[in-house]
Design a protein around this ligand. Structure first.
Ligand SMILES: Cc1cc2nc3c(=O)[nH]c(=O)nc-3n(C[C@H](O)[C@H](O)[C@H](O)COP(=O)(O)OP(=O)(O)OC[C@H]3O[C@@H](n4cnc5c(N)ncnc54)[C@H](O)[C@@H]3O)c2cc1C
Length: 383
C-alpha cells in the first residue's frame, strides 16, 4: 500500500450522535418554517446571511477554533457532522463557507494577533464573510503565474490587477488575495504574498459574471491603486505560495466535494421508492457504496487535519473521486426517471436535477481541476 495514500479509519465518537440529532432537528424546523428551500450545490449558491447568523448563534461556525477568538474548541469530527448534515439538507451555507472553512484556519496558522482578534469572532458569529482571490484572467491552474501586484509605498502597499471567478465577492466583506510583492527570479512561486482586502475600499470594483442558471455567483474583482495597511498582510511577505498551498487540504477534502448533488440523490431515492426494480436498485446501491467510501476517506483526512498534518495528496484524491461521484448522481437520475428538468419545473426532483446539471461543469474545475489533482497525486506517489 502506498504510504502517501494511507488514511486512518475513523469511527465518529459517540458524542457526535447527539450533535447530529440537534442539527437535524434544527434543519427540519427551519425547513418547516420555510426559512430555506433545499438546493443542490448549496455551499456555492445558497447565500443567506440570516441563516449563517443562526448557525453562529448555535455555535456551529468556527467550531474548532480557540475560545479566546470566539471559537468553540470542538473537534474536527464534530465540525464534520455539522457540515455534512447542512450539505445533505441543501441548506444555504454559502455566505460563511470560505471564512469558516479556510480563512479562519489561515489566520490561526499565519495571521497576526490583531487580525485574529478583530476578524475571527465576527466570522464565528456569522457576521463576516470572505471571498478567495486566487484565479486571474490569465492564471488558473498555473497559479504561480499571477500578475496582480502590490508595491510598497511608505508604510502602505498599493495593489493593482484583477481576480476572476471570485465566488460570492459581491456579498463578502473581505477577499484574501494572492499577489506578487516582488519580481520572481528563477522560481515563479517566490515573491508571492497574501493580503486581506476590504471589498468596499476605494479602487476596488466587483463586476458580476452570471452562471448558466442566470444566478449571480461569480465576479471579476478589479484593483486600481488600492491602498492596504501593513496590518492586512497575512503571514510573511513572500510566503504567500506556501501559505496558499497549506489551505488546499481544507479546501479539497471536505464533504462538500461529494455532497453537492446529495439532495438530488435523496429525492431520486424518494421517487423510486414506489417503483424501483432490480436495475434501479443496482444503480442506487453502487452510488451508495461509493458515497460511503468517499465519506470514510474524507473522515480520514479530517482525522489527519485534527492531528495537525496537511494531507494534500489524499485530499486531492477525495476531490477527484468525489466530484466524479457528484456528476454520476446526475447521470443516474436522468437515466432512471424520465423528466423535463428546468429551474421552474413543478416538481422538486426536476428543479434539483436542472440545478445539478447547470452547476455540474464547475464541480471538477473549482478548487483545482481534475487534471491538476491527478498530477499532484501522481507526483506524490512518485510517478
Ligand atoms: C464554480 C467555481 C467556483 C470558483 N471559485 C473561485 C474562487 O472563489 N476564487 C478563485 O480564485 N477561483 C475560483 N474558481 C476558479 C478555479 O479555481 C479555476 O477555474 C481553476 O483553478 C482552473 O483554472 P482556469 O479556469 O483558468 O482553467 P485553466 O487553468 O486554463 O485550465 C483549462 C483546462 O486545461 C487543463 N490544464 C491546465 N493546465 C494543465 C496541466 N498542467 N496539465 C494538464 N491539464 C492542464 C485544466 O485541467 C482544464 O481542463 C472557481 C471556479 C469554479 C468553476
Amino acid at each position: 500500500m502506498l504510504k502517501e495514500l494511507e488514511l486512518p479509519i475513523v469511527d465518529l465518537p459517540k458524542e457526535t450522535e447527539n450533535l447530529r440529532e440537534e442539527v437535524r432537528s434544527f434543519l427540519s424546523a427551519e425547513l418547516h418554517n420555510e426559512s430555506f428551500t433545499t438546493r443542490s450545490d448549496s455551499w456555492l449558491s445558497g447565500f443567506s446571511a440570516d441563516f449563517s447568523r443562526k448557525l453562529g448563534e448555535r455555535g456551529w461556525l468556527g467550531m474548532t477554533w480557540p475560545k479566546k477568538y470566539g471559537g468553540h474548541e470542538r473537534t474536527a469530527f464534530e465540525r464534520f457532522v455539522v457540515t455534512e448534515e447542512l450539505l445533505a439538507a441543501g441548506a444555504p451555507v454559502a455566505a460563511h463557507w470560505f471564512a469558516d472553512r479556510q480563512t479562519g484556519p489561515l489566520l490561526l496558522n499565519y495571521g497576526t494577533e490583531y487580525q485574529r482578534q478583530t476578524l475571527l469572532p465576527r466570522i464565528v458569529r456569522g457576521e463576516l464573510f470572505f471571498a478567495i482571490g486566487l484565479s486571474e484572467p490569465n492564471s488558473g491552474s498555473d497559479l504561480a503565474s499571477i500578475s496582480t501586484r502590490a508595491k510598497k509605498s511608505g508604510n502602505k502597499w498599493v495593489i493593482n490587477g484583477s481576480k476572476i471567478w471570485s465566488s460570492g465577492a459581491h456579498h463578502a466583506h473581505y477577499i484574501v488575495v494572492l499577489l506578487r510583492t516582488a519580481t520572481h527570479g528563477e522560481k515563479k512561486h517566490e515573491g508571492l504574498s497574501q493580503m486581506i482586502v476590504d471589498l468596499s475600499a476605494p479602487g476596488v470594483t466587483v463586476r458580476p459574471i452570471y452562471l448558466m442558471t442566470g444566478e449571480h455567483h461569480f465576479n471579476e474583482v478589479i484593483f486600481e491603486d488600492v491602498e492596504i495597511s501593513e496590518g492586512m498582510i497575512v503571514g510573511e511577505v513572500g510566503g504567500g505560495w506556501k501559505q496558499s498551498m497549506a489551505e488546499l487540504a481544507y479546501e479539497r477534502s471536505g464533504p462538500e466535494r461529494f455532497l453537492s448533488t446529495y439532495p438530488l440523490l435523496k429525492e431520486l431515492i424518494n421517487q423510486l421508492s414506489e417503483t424501483s426494480g432490480q436495475h434501479a436498485n443496482i444503480k442506487i446501491g453502487k452510488l451508495a457504496s461509493r458515497l460511503w467510501t468517499l465519506r470514510c476517506m474524507s473522515l480520514g483526512v479530517a482525522g489527519l487535519l485534527e492531528k495537525g498534518d496537511s494531507p494534500n495528496i489524499a485530499a486531492s484524491l477525495v476531490k477527484d473521486l468525489g466530484t466524479q461521484f457528484e456528476k454520476d448522481v446526475i447521470d443516474v437520475a436522468r437515466e432512471l426517471i424520465p423528466s423535463r428538468p428546468s429551474m421552474n419545473a413543478p416538481t422538486k426532483f426536476e428543479t434539483l436535477l436542472a440545478e445539478s446539471i447547470l452547476h455540474a461543469p464547475g464541480f471538477t474545475l473549482r478548487g483545482g481541476t481534475t487534471e491538476i489533482l491527478r498530477s499532484i497525486i501522481a507526483r506524490g506517489i512518485g510517478v
